[in-house]
Design a protein around this ligand. Structure first.
Ligand SMILES: [Zn+2]
Length: 76
């Protein structure tokens, strides 16, 4: 079963909460465990960071996110 099923990755990336540019990844919040597509600054598609600090609107604070995979079709 794909975790991306039923999700609109484009909408998640462009919801205005994250960076408009950067490497697109699927990441899991270590606080609330939600999976979310995000753009991160400074990542390389072949060598993405394993975790990044990012604001989580659900946790309402900056949390650590574990990077699951690179969303290659969205790379800028
Ligand atoms: Zn969270």
């Amino acid at each position: 079963m794909s975790k991306a099923a039923g999700r609109d990755l484009e909408a998640e990336l462009n919801d205005g909460r994250g960076s408009p540019v950067g490497l697109a990844v699927d990441a899991v919040c270590t606080g609330c465990k939600q999976t979310r597509a995000k753009r991160i600054i400074g990542g390389e598609p072949d060598d993405p960071p394993t975790s990044v600090q990012h604001v989580c609107h659900q946790c309402q604070q900056e949390t650590w996110w574990n990077v699951r995979r690179v969303l290659r079709g969205y790379y800028q």
